[in-house]
Design a protein around this ligand. Structure first.
Ligand SMILES: [Cu+2]
Length: 145
């Protein structure tokens, strides 16, 4: 009987972990789908265990997307936002419903080669938007775990 109880407990823990992961994924997917995020096809790019990841600001045919629009990162990863020079002036503004708030660039920049670096030391979900291009679906999101 003792063995059975132990097994049940382990199964419970696994389910709780899966639920938490699913919540993060669902949050990212819902956010990007509801906002018609450009370039998002349902794929959350797995970039865990990378020290630094690059996100193009002004990607896609018209320069009105983030690339990748959705990604999964490990805690402590540095995000390097790099402006492409396409699509006009952009910023990277954390959404007010974003769990992680300490990242991005509030100011507008247009010129190619502008970069901003953020090292993300907390777990959770980051949701963000380029404020001048809300109507064009310039949205992005990431999971840190
Ligand atoms: Cu923009």
């Amino acid at each position: 009987m003792d063995d059975d109880e132990e097994t049940d407990d382990e199964e419970m823990d696994d389910e709780e972990l899966d639920d938490e992961e699913m919540d993060n994924e669902e949050q990212v997917d819902t956010y990007l789908t509801e906002n018609d995020a450009r370039g998002y096809d349902g794929d959350i790019e797995d970039l865990t265990d990378e020290d630094t990841v690059e996100v193009a600001v002004g990607a896609g045919d018209e320069g009105l997307a983030f690339d990748p629009p959705a990604m999964r990162l490990s805690t402590g990863t540095t995000i390097l936002w790099e402006w492409t020079g396409e699509g006009g002036s952009h910023n990277v503004a954390p959404d007010e419903e974003s769990e992680i708030q300490e990242f991005g660039e509030q100011e507008l920049f247009e010129e190619a080669g502008h970069t901003v670096e953020d090292t993300i030391d907390e777990d959770g979900v980051g949701l963000y938007v380029c404020e001048p291009h809300v109507a064009q679906g310039m949205y992005g999101a990431f999971i840190v775990e």
